[in-house]
Design a protein around this ligand. Sequence first.
Ligand code: BDR
Ligand code: CA
Length: 317
Amino acid sequence: SKKLLVDVDCGVDDAQAIMLALAAPNVELLGITCVHGNTRVENVCKNTLRVLKTCNKLEIPVFKGADRSILGNIRDAGLFHGVDGLGDAPDPSAPSLDLLQKEGAVSAIIRIVNENPGEVSLVATAPLTNLALAVRIDPTLPSKLRGLYIMGGNTESRGNTTVCGEFNFVADPEAAYIVLNDYQCPTYLACWEFTCHHKLPWEFCDAWLGQDTDKARFMAKIFHYSMEASKTERLQKELVAGEGFVSCDSYAMAAAIDDSFIIESEQQPVSVELAGTHTRGMMVVDTVGLLNKAHKAFIIRNVDMEKFKEMMMAALR
Ligand code: BDR
Ligand code: CA
């Protein structure tokens, strides 16, 4: 089985990604670490516990991590995920934060990877603050990973948060820079435009949410807000092209779960713009090799959408 460790800012698509991992028969989910992003980190922790409760998997340890970026900034994506991160559809019997582990997220990442050298795939679907802090404390960490799967960055300089910037990288550009430079392990990037070019059609979403299970009812409840938001004019423009939902984080997760999910990728050195009036946080792809970086990331270009739909269906079954 595959050992996964997941770092989230549990919004709606993070929840979907977590549920993919929980449903995968070949996956052992070693833990979930939480970080600021879509909403405050306390909400992220609560949302993660809600997802685990829905799936009867509260035994999976959840760790609280950084509450702001390396430089101390906070953003949120309330317009898309709701202020609470899960569509502002609260659950009065949500699990208490007392269920969180006492150990912090950064320490947990370092410990878990060191306890399973060469075996852990790290899936990051959020600003990369926890990962950046972890590699500063333990520089050997990347060499002990099986792989790193990130949802973040962009390849066509189309933004969803700033003109040119994708949310996870813009929310902590320094952290993204550190991770892309210092994690010299097999690295797979599900970038913003790629996810937009691989939407789940609305008809699929209806069938997906229409399954007669508690998981599907939970998803329908938290998904309503971002589904409506996705149909607004501004978001339609942002979403690059076409009709349907973009479950961004689920692509990085699906790639970590199933090696045959990625059909086509492009290996390039990548970095992040740290200055720039419009470009801070934008991913930079060094197609001509001017950065002199030996390490190249796999930029995901095409995936098996039929497989993806099957995995998504199974996640709510
Ligand atoms: C990313 O930003 C967040 O809002 C989503 O959860 C996803 O991780 C997309 O840019
Ligand atoms: Ca996310």
